[in-house]
Design a protein around this ligand. Structure first.
Ligand code: SF4
Ligand code: SF4
Length: 368
């Protein structure tokens, strides 16, 4: 697990990677993401009713673009993206494919056999092979760190308790205390579509990344349950994906305040599965991202919203309630970012494509 570095730490060779979070230093994040925060922030900054006005103008603009078949924003492009969102937009944390309990798979006891037993290393290999089979691009194992788990999910508090199975009630969500392992997963996005950002075609790549994440974590959770253990699938809900991915060795934190993977650069979506299946944990990796980002500002320079940091060093200085405090990072101004999304009518991702690690996978190639 990475350690905190001070805002003034300038010794690159000794500096720890950004993004690590010692349990005593980080508080648990509120769980309030930008989609939930934006309407009230917009009204606060630009006056009452500003968000509603912006939404109306956006809807009119999108219709005009479709009507005039604006390149990248025509009907076919729009619906390619909308279709790709189907799985992600039709799942709620804790229900449907993201159920915290078995969906269909038969348990070992129902099959009349013992639960799967092997060494933690063998169990990890088995789980990783299954994740790759279901569509993961890369997978690693991190120890559970409760500080990465949000305080709330959709207004309900999340607790850890000594229970045998995950519990969801109208009042609370309960993660079993024996869920000590997290399968962290990266899902690559199609570069040939992503390089079309910020059009609907770029958004179609992002949407596929999310919907594929739903499929991978739901299938993997069922697989683990079928071996006789408990599993909670999670995409962007319940907990922060990036720190778990860092601890699992999937990549390093970049200036974008997002994970940079060896294999796909910044063009990956993250998801995870919590489990009580005893697994062997991986270690964080260093392959030069932190050092590279200190001199490269390609993402910040490419950002049309000026939402990314130009600072040389990552720091503890957060930009707003969308950032979790207590760890070092190049924190982004998500309000500016989201405002640009409103302008283009969908997500952006220009920063992901500007990153040399995305365009040149050899930069992150294994040299160890
Ligand atoms: S997604 Fe677009 S607007 Fe947001 S930080 Fe990246 S480049 Fe800037
Ligand atoms: S574009 Fe450059 S500064 Fe930004 S994340 Fe990638 S390597 Fe780091």
């Amino acid at each position: 697990m990475g350690k905190l570095i001070s805002a003034s730490s300038a010794n690159i060779s000794e500096a720890q990677p950004a993004g690590g979070c010692a349990a005593s230093d980080c508080g648990r994040f509120s769980g309030e993401h930008m989609f939930a925060l934006y309407p009230s922030l917009k009204d606060k900054r630009d006056g009452p009713g500003a968000f509603r006005t912006e939404e109306t103008k956006k809807a009119t603009r999108i219709s005009e673009w479709i009507r005039h078949n604006k390149p990248g924003f025509g009907l076919c492009e729009r619906q390619l993206s909308e279709g790709a969102w189907t799985l992600m937009r039709n799942t709620q944390p804790g229900s449907g494919l993201l159920s915290w309990k078995r969906i269909l798979i038969r348990t070992p006891s129902e099959l009349g056999v013992e639960k799967y037993a092997a060494s933690p290393r063998k169990m990890s290999e088995t789980v990783k092979a299954a994740a790759l089979h279901y569509g993961a691009g890369s997978v690693g194992i991190a120890p559970m760190n409760r500080t990465y788990v949000n305080l709330r999910e959709q207004g309900r508090p999340i607790f850890f308790e000594d229970v045998e199975v995950p519990v969801i009630t109208p009042e609370k969500l309960v993660i079993p205390a024996d869920m000590k392992w997290v399968v962290a997963i990266a899902i690559p996005m199609k570069l040939e579509l992503l390089e079309q950002v910020p059009t609907e075609l770029g958004d179609a790549a992002v949407a596929m990344g999310y919907s594929q994440s739903v499929f991978v974590v739901s299938a993997l959770a069922e697989f683990i349950r079928g071996l006789g253990y408990q599993a909670i699938p999670s995409v962007n809900d319940i907990a922060q994906s990036v720190p778990f991915a860092l601890d699992a060795g999937l990549g390093e934190l970049g200036r974008t305040n997002k994970l940079i993977t060896r294999e796909f650069g910044a063009a990956a979506r993250l998801c995870k599965v919590f489990t009580n299946m005893p697994l062997e944990c991986d270690k964080p990796v260093r392959f030069g991202v932190a050092e590279y980002c200190r001199v490269c500002r390609a993402c910040a320079e490419a950002c049309p919203a000026r939402a990314l940091s130009f600072d040389v060093e990552p720091s503890l200085h957060t930009q707003g309630p969308w950032n979790n405090q207590g760890h070092t990072a190049w924190f982004e101004d998500s309000f500016r970012c989201f405002q640009y999304w409103q302008k283009v009518g969908n997500g952006c991702g220009i920063c992901l494509m500007a990153c040399p690690f995305t365009k040149n996978p050899w930069l992150g190639a294994r040299r160890d």
